[in-house]
Structure formats: C-alpha cells, structure tokens
Design a protein around this ligand. Structure first.
Ligand code: TRP
Length: 335
C-alpha cells in the first residue's frame, strides 16, 4: 500500500507486433486500473531474451512499447513505466528466489513445456526459470494485485507460493499478491480461426489486427474475417467468428453484446463487418496519432525513461536490501 492505494504490477514483452487483442485485452484495462492503483508497468526485456532476439529490433520495440503505454493513456507522472533491465533488482531478487524454487515446480509449468517444444534448439535455463523472474518482478514492489490473463495464472500461483515460503522462514518480507479479477479485458480471438487467441506471433497476417495497421488494412481484415453460413447476427458459441466480431465491436464502442445484436438485427454480415472495421479504426487511429506525436519528442520520452527507472529503483532497492539481509548477505557499510 502507498497511502490508501494498493500496488499493482504488470508487464508486457516487446516482442512481435502488438495486436488489437493486446490492446483490448490488457493495455486498455491497464489505463483504467491506473486511476485506482499505484501501478508499475514494465517492459519486460529480461524475459524477452529467453528466446533469441535481434538486439537492434528488441531495443526499438521496447521503446515503442513504452511509448505506446503512454499513448494509450497511462500517465508517466502517476504510474511507473519502465524497462525491467534498468532496475537491476529484478535479476538480483530472481537469483535469490531461484534458490527457493524447486525443479519440480518449474517442471510443471505448462508455458515452459509449450515454449520448450517450440524452441527445441534453444531450451535454455532462462526459459526454465522465467516464472521465477516474474515472481521477482511482482514481489520486488510488494504488489497487492497483478492483472494477468489465464495463461499466466500458473506463474502467479508460483509467485504466491514463493512469497509464502520465504515469509514462513524469514517473517513478513513479501506481500502475497492476488490475481486481479475485476472486469477483465475482452478476450479477442483470431479473425481467421476463432478457436485461437489473436496472437502477435500468428503466421497468417490476416488473423490479427496490429495496432499500427492503417485504416484500409484494418477494414480489409475485418471484411475477410471468418464467420459462418447461418446468416443471422446472434451472439452465441455456435457462431464463434461472429461472436468474436461482436466482442471486438463491443469493446471498441462500449456497447454490450445484446445491444449490438439488437442494433444489427436483420442486417447482413457484410454490413456488420464494415461497422466493426469502422469501430476499430475509430479506436486505433487516435492511438496511432498520439503514438507518432509522442515518438517525435525524443527528449521527453528519454526523461520519462530516466525518471521512472529511478522511481522504480527506489522502491525495488528497499525490498532487495531487506531480502539480502534476511538471507545473510553482509551489510553495506557506508563511509
Ligand atoms: N510473462 C508475462 C507475459 O508474457 C509478462 C510478465 C513478466 C508479467 N513479468 C510479469 C506479467 C509480472 C505480470 C506480472 O504475459
């Protein structure tokens, strides 16, 4: 807690092109949460190198992601937006937590199994201990809440177990974080296969709307979205493609699914898809404009990066010093 505000931590990776799913499912929510909580939003670049990256590309994307946080409406004076790699406490705490984590626990992580299967030529130790670094991210700031998707719940559960395990030995050191379950963001599916999540790593470019797609591309992708042959606009699991389009339209306009169905009752899919395209453009175009505007002022972004890393570091170091003392590292003598 800071005053009467609870602390919230979350992070995103700057790999791949962010999609509409990332925006509607996470980032848009982060903006709303930043009104209510003391928020730390990291660009988790330490996590990114568990998979081989092109250095110049990673640097570029990391900056773009941080800029996008601001463009989306997160105030860098209020919330703390920073690069994980600029606060060395993440790596230092992760090491200590590694020594409190069992191989068996990490072996059970489904994301590790998935990623190991996908990157068989590079199953590195970082990939294995990825969840421990994530625990360090969260515990370093004594976060009360962590908004995460279902795919990260297992990692959050491990984080809670590590905090409790450490506290059981050394006393009340860490806040045990809760998953944020409030009105969660919309889960947006692929436009080409509505049984899959819209993903930044999809090989089919028509499956995802990227945040930086131009209006024509957005409209074209919506028009080509896979639907069904029922021909009637309804919101139900049997029409998953259409359901997804209704979810997208809902999230972009703030109208509930029932309202959308009523508004488009009796009209054709073609007409609805056009409306979806327009609704997405209406959300993404201003976001893109703000992004381009912000990007131009290099000095201002640099200042945000510098100040926010300092603010993050000031908190991180407090937890880290406490933990180092607890485990028996010698104190730093000043003077
Ligand atoms: N692993 C998360 C993801 O891929 C990103 C992440 C890293 C994160 N550290 C975190 C999310 C801490 C929440 C809290 O989505």
């Amino acid at each position: 807690m800071i005053g009467d505000r609870k602390i919230l931590f979350s992070g995103m990776q700057a790999t791949g092109n962010l999609t509409l799913g990332n925006y509607l499912g996470a980032l848009k929510n982060w903006v709303a949460l930043s009104e209510e909580y003391e928020c730390y939003y990291a660009v988790v670049d330490l996590h990114s190198i568990t998979v081989r990256q092109d250095p110049a590309e990673l640097r570029k994307r990391a900056r773009a992601l941080l800029t996008l946080y601001i463009a989306a409406g997160i105030d860098p004076e209020k919330s703390i937006l920073y690069y994980q790699s600029h606060v060395s406490g993440h790596a230092e705490l992760a090491w200590i937590l590694n020594c409190f984590t069992y191989m068996g626990e990490l072996n059970r992580m489904t994301q590790f199994k998935d990623k190991a299967a996908k990157h068989q030529d590079n199953i590195n130790a970082g990939l294995f201990t990825y969840p421990v670094l994530m625990a360090a991210d969260i515990l370093l700031y004594q976060a009360d809440v962590v908004p995460v998707g279902v795919d990260q719940m297992q990692h959050l559960e491990l984080t809670r177990n590590l905090a409790e395990r450490f506290n059981a030995v050394y006393g009340d050191v860490f806040t045990v974080p809760e998953a944020y379950i409030g009105k969660v963001g919309a889960k947006i599916m692929s436009l080409q296969d509505p049984s899959k999540k819209m993903s930044k790593s999809d090989e089919n470019p028509n499956a995802s709307i990227y945040l930086m797609d131009d209006p024509d591309t957005i409209r074209r992708k919506c028009k080509r979205a896979v639907t069904d042959s029922e021909g009637e606009i309804r919101y139900r699991d049997e029409q998953p493609g259409l359901k997804n389009l209704i979810d997208i339209y809902s999230a972009c306009t703030g109208k509930g699914p029932d309202e959308v169905v009523n508004a488009f009752a009796g009209r054709g899919y073609g007409e609805f898809k056009e409306a979806v395209g327009d609704a997405v453009v209406a959300v993404l175009q201003p976001l893109q404009e703000r992004f381009r505007e912000l990007e131009k002022d290099k000095a201002a972004i640099d200042a945000v990066i510098r100040n926010n890393a300092e603010r993050a570091n000031a908190t991180a170091i407090k937890t880290l010093r406490k933990v180092q003392k607890k485990v028996g590292f010698p104190e730093r003598v000043r003077g």
